[in-house]
Design a protein around this ligand. Structure first.
Ligand SMILES: Nc1ncnc2c1ncn2[C@@H]1O[C@H](COP(=O)(O)OP(=O)(O)O)[C@@H](O)[C@H]1O
Ligand SMILES: CC(=O)N[C@@H](CCC(=O)OP(=O)(O)O)C(=O)O
Length: 266
């Protein structure tokens, strides 16, 4: 079974065209690939926090998470965002919404700098059997990035990193759908969209400050997947017509991230 992890960012979910969901259903029907959705919802979390007067702070693209913030994160991700996506797919095929907390789908430990980030976790275990069971029953799993932990702990997981952990555990292909059509390099005010980029180039771009904010965990997630054997990770323009069907046909409209030549020869 070949799995395709499609990570949908909260920045774009409300703008994705019907054709995007049609493509997911078509891919499932074709049968070569088993699509799995992992979603974020950062934008909605920000809006809800703003309404309650809590300030949203980020360190390198990760949200500083207190218990109070985590209540909102859980409500937004495992509630509204998850069910929105399930409904979109239900009219085309069968989908099963599940939080990473349920059935220990995602198990995490506190992140290294928990002193600053609070209740943010690093995924240490993925219940692949549970995901496979959902897929075998012809459901598309729709996963929200919350995780359980020791005792009754719960963690906020950046959705890009959750998608990468799931992709690694299932040896799956990973693609990101975000509010940008790909990774760009901005030099002297001019934006250049990159069709192909290597891990070395990305590391350099982070150092140069050319990759910022939410793109940092996305790139980190991509590099982790590549290190663990993924051939390529893509950032796909979800607004383009038939973007996902083109992806499974090997034509990416967006950015393809691969390991550098040197890395292949290590
Ligand atoms: N070099 C870059 N190329 C593309 N996007 C970048 C880059 N550096 C920073 N970004 C930012 O990353 C954002 C995408 O991350 P994020 O807002 O977390 O989206 P999502 O909700 O899809 O995960 C873009 O909207 C853009 O502002
Ligand atoms: C730890 C952390 O940053 N968690 C994220 C989880 C949601 C997310 O990643 O949503 P996007 O994919 O829309 O960015 C957050 O609280 O915003």
């Amino acid at each position: 079974m070949k799995f395709l992890i499609i990570k949908c960012g909260g920045s774009i979910i409300d703008k994705l065209p019907d054709n995007f969901y049609d493509n997911i259903a078509a891919i499932q029907k074709q049968g070569d690939w088993k699509p799995i959705i992992v979603h974020g919802g950062g934008k909605l979390i920000n809006e809800l926090l703003q309404q309650t007067g809590v300030k949203a702070e980020f360190i390198d693209g990760l949200r500083v998470t207190t218990e109070e913030v985590l209540d909102v994160v859980e409500m937004a991700l495992s509630g509204a965002m998850n069910k929105f996506l399930v409904r979109k797919l239900m009219s085309r095929t069968s989908a099963y919404g599940i939080s990473g907390l349920d059935g220990k789908l995602l198990y995490a430990e506190p992140v290294a700098n928990a002193a600053k980030l609070g209740l943010v976790g690093t995924v240490t275990k993925v219940n692949t059997a549970l995901i496979e069971q959902i897929v075998e029953q012809d459901n598309i799993p729709v996963i929200s990035p919350l995780a359980g932990g020791e005792d009754d702990a719960r963690f906020n997981i950046n959705a890009d990193l959750a998608a990468s952990a799931i992709a690694r555990a299932l040896q799956a292909e990973l693609c990101f759908i975000s509010d940008i059509p790909g990774i760009y390099r901005q030099v002297d005010g001019e934006k250049q969209m990159l069709t192909n980029v290597t891990d070395d180039e990305l590391k350099q771009m982070i150092q140069q400050g050319l990759i910022k904010d939410g793109m940092i965990p996305k790139v980190q997630a991509a590099l982790e997947a590549l290190k663990q054997g993924a051939e390529k990770v893509t950032i796909v323009n979800g607004l383009a017509e038939n973007s996902l069907l083109q992806l499974v046909d090997g034509n990416v409209e967006g950015t393809t991230i691969t390991l550098s030549e040197e890395a292949y020869h290590v």
